[in-house]
Ligand binder design. Structure first.
Ligand SMILES: [Zn+2]
Ligand SMILES: [Zn+2]
Length: 281
């Protein structure tokens, strides 16, 4: 039986993420996701900017710690962070990343799964009062199935949230445009998980990725989460046998006891192409 079977795993969320994550933990590990009453918004709310990935990891781990404070009898916690918006390297292409951090404080396991994604609906557009394109833009953003925020273009500190009807959004846009110095209102996607079915789908996928990782036990100490931790380069050249920069072995490891094993490449290659060799090229 898996060590997490029938165990409770705390999830730090205010946005109903248990809907996306509970099935993976139940089906793969037999574990139950429980949600403590904590205010994760104190760690920053979703605003559409793209923080660094290591900042996402830090925030997620802090959220996991909040679970332990709220539920002293629980040993494992999961927290999720997401980041969406246009990536600077690829202007105007909406992209994002979902990240799940898992902490088992009893066994000393910390594990982070990430999933980069283009399956997002993130949009940000500006409109003047009465602009005839407002309705089409709103429809294009999937409203009302997908939530939107409206904010004044010259003061973006107080976005209007939880707008439920098309009329409410249009009214808010005209009101914010009117009070803005440039006469424009900003309309952008609400990426909070419970307002965004696409994000729920990606969360569900990364949840299964994490549960499957935890499913495998360390052959030495039986801690959950044995799996890929890196690779060793140096696959020999097919011509001269010298090491190349190609991956030679994949390495699986245990975060609890440090045990590691190597295995050959998945594609079965035993030699690298001549083209990758400094000597033969
Ligand atoms: Zn060679
Ligand atoms: Zn181990």
């Amino acid at each position: 039986m898996h060590p997490y079977a029938n165990q409770r795993i705390g999830l730090a969320t205010m946005h109903a993420k248990e809907r996306a994550l509970a099935p993976a933990f139940r089906r793969v590990l037999g574990a139950e996701i429980v949600v403590p009453p904590i205010d994760t918004d104190t760690l920053g709310t979703f605003s559409g900017e793209v923080p660094r990935p290591d900042a996402l990891v830090e925030t997620a781990l802090l959220k996991a710690e909040m679970v332990f404070e709220a539920m002293p009898d629980v040993d494992c916690a999961v927290a999720s962070e997401g980041s969406y918006g246009p990536i600077e390297r690829l202007p105007l292409v909406p992209s994002g990343v979902e990240l799940l951090a898992f902490v088992d404080r009893k066994r000393g396991i910390r594990h982070v799964e990430t999933m980069p994604t283009h399956r997002t609906t993130w949009r940000l557009q500006r409109f003047a009062k009465g602009d005839p394109d407002r309705l089409l833009a709103l429809k294009g953003m999937g409203f009302p199935r997908f939530g939107v925020f409206v904010v004044c273009s010259s003061d973006m500190t107080k976005p209007i949230k939880n707008l439920a009807t098309v009329d409410a959004v249009i009214d808010a846009m005209d009101r914010e445009a009117e009070r803005s110095e440039d006469g424009l209102a900003v309309l952008y996607s609400d990426m909070r998980a419970h307002m965004n079915p696409m994000r729920m789908m990606v969360l569900r996928a990364v949840g299964f990725q994490l549960a499957k990782r935890l499913q495998r036990l360390c052959p030495k100490c039986q801690a959950p989460g044995f799996g890929p931790i890196g690779a060793r380069r140096g696959l020999p050249c097919e011509g001269c046998g010298e090491p190349t920069h190609w991956i030679d072995f994949e390495i699986d490891g245990c975060k609890a006891c440090g045990h590691a094993t190597s295995r050959p490449r998945k594609d079965g290659r035993r030699t690298a192409s001549r083209l990758s060799c400094k000597t033969c090229r």
